[in-house]
Design a protein around this ligand. Structure first.
Ligand code: FCB
Length: 447
């Protein structure tokens, strides 16, 4: 059973999230090329040789998509702005059509009574900056601050909250160490630099937003509690290394002004000289922290150089991504984040959701989408959020990933996370059973 609004504290906010490259249509509206375009154009990188050229064509269908957000009774619409759409060359002259689009999007969000929660960087680095070394190049962090200032100047009077970077772990580690995200590198030196420069981009972007008068500024980090796959000491040590890199690198930098020692053991030798001087900017105060939570990991030791870990298959129930369904790790995670790092800082769950194959049935009035698994997943995680709040965590809102089925990065269009089904031939949107269940829950009362 999905809890009702009345089960949450007064003023607790609910939302749903999307990101630019995953829904807008990167080939539309004068956007410049980005590193996800060229990563996707390289054989073997994305399932089904898919890319974000058309995606959900949200660029032209955003009004109807916002009707779906408002129709469900959500309070927040979390979206991201494509840097390559606004600044096709990464810097220099903006694309007026791109800026106008986000202007209209923010207005259309407000017109529906929704709070616009804007994330500046959800991974589409302009190719012109990728050509100069991308995130391995310190200059990219400065160009990001320029982009942040431009956006704040245009939208700062209307945006409800700002996030600098979404999941820098993915952009940094998955993109430069594991090679499964753009730019597809497997190089520890590029990884260390990219991770630090992403953290610096957050810090410089934060300062630029503040200077432009923006408020309610945070960052969105992803977390995967890591458990040893067996009782041995080596598995315990491997899980601690995983935890340091995945969960504590950016959190430590932002909230404590220190990267964890266990991450520095491997990355330290490759960080750019003088990186310590950037920590003050990286750890400047923020107004809230976004927590993306999907799953936990079982970690075993692995031979070879640092970091020497291997993921073991999840026991129990899994999503279509193969991710273990673990709602009860969420209260502990949130308690740990606030207890050890962020104290009273407001936390938001900024993403949570599941991929499911979703049964499409031919109903009398069009397709019907049965996604009982997703309803059960959401019910479990909302119950976990309540438990965290009851335990004293300053959790202020809960944002679901995602509004629409979309381009799920290296998995292409095969993994469906939406509350709304998208037919990728016709682009028809059909709210799933989970959407209707949430609508009933959210409309029972207002915050
Ligand atoms: C997160 C990303 C988001 C989406 C979900 C499933 O890591 O922020 O874009 O891919 O996972």
């Amino acid at each position: 059973m999905i809890p009702t609004r009345a089960d949450f504290p007064p003023g607790f906010l609910f939302g749903t999230a999307t990101s630019a490259y995953q829904i807008e249509g990167a080939a539309l509206g004068g956007a410049g090329p980005c590193h996800w375009d060229s990563f996707a154009a390289t054989p073997g990188n994305v399932a089904g040789a898919a890319d974000g050229a058309r995606a959900c064509d949200h660029l032209t269908r955003y009004e109807a998509d916002l009707d779906l957000v408002a129709g469900a009774g959500f309070d927040i619409y979390r979206f991201s702005t494509s840097w390559a759409r606004v600044l096709p060359g990464g810097a220099g002259a903006p694309n007026p059509e791109g800026l106008d689009f986000y202007d209209r999007l923010v207005d259309a969000t407000l017109a529906r009574g929704l709070r616009p929660a804007l994330t500046l960087y959800h991974w589409e680095l302009p190719s012109a900056l990728a050509d100069l070394g991308g995130w391995a190049n310190r200059d990219t962090a400065h160009r990001f601050a320029d982009f942040a200032a431009l956006m704040a100047k245009r939208l700062g009077d209307r945006v409800w909250s700002w996030a600098t970077v979404n999941e820098p772990f993915c952009a940094g580690w998955l993109g430069h160490f594991e090679g499964v995200h753009a730019p597809g590198l497997r190089d520890i030196r590029a990884t260390a630099r990219a991770m630090h420069h992403l953290a610096l981009a957050h810090g410089l972007g934060l300062a630029a937003l503040r200077a432009a008068g923006a408020s309610e500024i945070g960052i969105v980090l992803n977390f995967e509690p890591a458990f040893p796959a067996d009782p041995g000491e080596e598995a315990r040590a491997a899980a601690l290394r995983y935890d340091a890199v995945f969960n504590r690198f950016f959190l430590g930098g932002v909230a404590r002004g220190a990267y964890p020692d266990l991450a520095l053991e491997g990355l330290g030798p490759y960080l750019p000289p003088g990186w310590q001087a950037d920590i003050a900017a990286i750890s400047a105060p923020i107004d809230w922290l976004g927590v993306n939570y999907y799953t936990v990991k079982r970690i075993a030791p692995a031979p070879g150089p640092w970091p020497g870990w291997a993921e073991r298959p999840a026991p129990g129930r899994k999503t279509d991504m193969g991710w273990e369904i673990a709602p009860m790790a969420l209260p502990d995670l949130l308690r740990w984040i606030s207890g050890s790092h962020t104290g009273d800082l407001p936390l938001y769950v900024t993403e949570n959701g599941m991929a499911a194959p979703d049964t499409v049935l031919a109903g009398a009035n069009g397709p019907e989408i049965r996604d009982e698994d997703r309803i059960a997943f959401l019910a479990g995680h909302l119950a976990a959020a309540r438990e965290a709040i009851a335990g004293g965590v300053p959790l202020k809102g809960y944002i679901l990933w995602s509004l629409l089925d979309n381009f799920e990065w290296a998995f292409g269009y095969g993994k469906r996370f939406g509350l709304v089904h998208v037919d990728f031939e016709s682009l028809q949107r059909t709210p799933k059973a989970s959407y209707h269940a949430l609508r009933r829950m959210l409309q029972e009362s207002t915050p």
